[in-house]
Each structure stands twice: as C-alpha cells, then as structure tokens.
Design a protein around this ligand. Structure first.
Ligand SMILES: *[C@@H]1O[C@H](CO)[C@@H](O)[C@H](O)[C@H]1NC(C)=O
Ligand SMILES: *[C@@H]1O[C@H](CO)[C@@H](O)[C@H](O)[C@H]1NC(C)=O
Length: 230
C-alpha cells in the first residue's frame, strides 16, 4: 500500500515537468517550435530574448516560441547550466514525440548558451560541470537550428562559428566537439571579438560585445530558420 502511495505521489510531482512539452496535436507548430534560453538572472524566462520571440512570430507563419523555464536565477551557475542542459534534452525529446511533423529550433544566450551546447554535445570542457550525455543524433531529423550568443564553451576554428571572434576562446572552452557534428548543419555559434566570455582574453573593453548579439544577429537567426524550413 505504501509503495503505491509513494508511486502515486512521485507521479504527481513529476507531472508538470513531464507534460511541459507534451502538447496535443492541435497545438503543434505547423512550421517550427523555438525554445529560447536566456542568460543568468532572475525574472521571466525570456528577458532580452523577447526580441527574438517577436521576430519569429512575426516572420514565420505557424511558429510557436517558448522561453525555457530553466533555473537561470540560481547563483550556482554550474547547477543552472546543468539544469538547462537536461531541460533542453527533455523538451526536445518530448516535443518531437508529440509533434513529429514540426521542426524545432533552439537558441541560448550566455549561460543559456552553455546549457544548450552541453545539452546537444554533452559536457566537454575541463572538469567543472556535472556530466551531461550528448543528445541522441536521431534528433537531428527534428532540430533545424541551434544558435548560441556568447557561449562560454566556445572553441576557435569550429565550422559553426560565426561572428568576428577568430582566435579567442570561451572561458570554459569545449575540448572535444565530436558529439556536436551530427547537428553541424543546424549549428551557428555567434561570438564577437570584445566578448570576454566567449572570446577571451582580449580586449578588455568591459565585455561590451557580450551585449550586442540581440541587435546584431536576431534577424540572421530568423533568416537561417526560414532557409532551413524551405
Ligand atoms: C530544473 O530547475 C527547475 C526550476 O528550478 C526545476 O523545476 C527542475 O526540477 C530542475 N530539473 C532538473 C533536471 O534539475
Ligand atoms: C566585432 O564585433 C564587435 C561587436 O559588434 C564590434 O564592436 C567590433 O568592432 C568587431 N570587430 C571587428 C574586428 O570587426
């Protein structure tokens, strides 16, 4: 009897998370479902990424957009990134299962970028993270865009690098990108010179470039999604 009660209790506690991306077929995006993971800080799940949301909804008919409700307000950034990686994986798996005809695009900014890249490629930086396994490559059939703004796991000379940071690296650079390759056609990592978080060590200009991605690249992101849908 007790086990039944415990089972029932755990089921009830799990339900909100498990159902988060299990949508009824009527609610599936007829084009693309976009998940956005903001940078660190308290407050709502979109923050400055509400600008991307606006452009997507305006320019891509049949799209839906959600701010990933990961633990971005946690002062333990490692725990927050870990939480976001697992949540990205769960959301992709559950959305693909419930809406197999919809496409999925993912974007992460700063801490959200770390969560996204570790969620796709698995953890691959020098031993500071809780281990996350890579996403199953079969999801490359569903995911058509993976975008990062100012990723701290940025490594130079990757085929998906965009932005003008050519020789810098993130403060936790990814040492082995092997598990990213199944998703290569979707990946775009935006990192600019002057962003100390993805393109260290120089220049010391107050990290200004870390804060200009939204204005500079939102439209490129939308154009990329449109071209991949086409
Ligand atoms: C992630 O954080 C959210 C919000 O704090 C929490 O509800 C969820 O259980 C966490 N998930 C994991 C896998 O840590
Ligand atoms: C790179 O991008 C940053 C941010 O937009 C800009 O401030 C900087 O001038 C650019 N640098 C080069 C070398 O183009």
């Amino acid at each position: 009897m007790l086990w039944f009660f415990q089972f029932f209790l755990s089921l009830t506690l799990l339900l909100p998370t498990l159902l988060a991306q299990t949508v009824s077929s009527n609610d599936c995006a007829s084009s693309v479902h976009v998940l956005l993971a903001r940078g660190e800080g308290t407050g709502d799940d979109l923050n400055v990424l509400s600008t991307v949301q606006g452009l997507v909804l305006q320019q891509i008919p049949g799209s839906t957009v959600l701010g990933l409700p990961y633990d971005h307000g946690n002062s333990d950034k490692e725990a927050a990134a870990y939480n976001g990686s697992l949540l990205f994986q769960q959301y992709v798996q559950q959305y693909a299962a419930s809406c197999p005809n919809s496409k999925i695009a993912l974007l992460g900014y700063s801490l959200g970028a770390v969560a996204l890249m570790d969620g796709i490629c698995g953890t691959g930086s020098i031993g500071i993270y809780d281990y996350v396994a890579p996403l199953d490559p079969k999801y490359a059939d569903y995911v058509i865009g993976i975008f990062t703004y100012g990723d701290e796991t940025y490594a130079p000379f990757q085929p998906w690098n965009v932005g003008n940071c050519t020789i810098g690296a993130g403060i936790f650079p990814r040492l082995n990108s092997g598990a990213c390759y199944p998703f290569q056609a979707s990946l775009q990592s935006y990192c600019d010179y002057g962003d100390n978080q993805c393109c260290s060590p120089l220049p010391l200009d107050d990290n200004a470039a870390h804060h200009t991605y939204v204005e500079k690249y939102n439209q490129d992101v939308v154009n990329f999604i449109i071209s991949r849908l086409g």
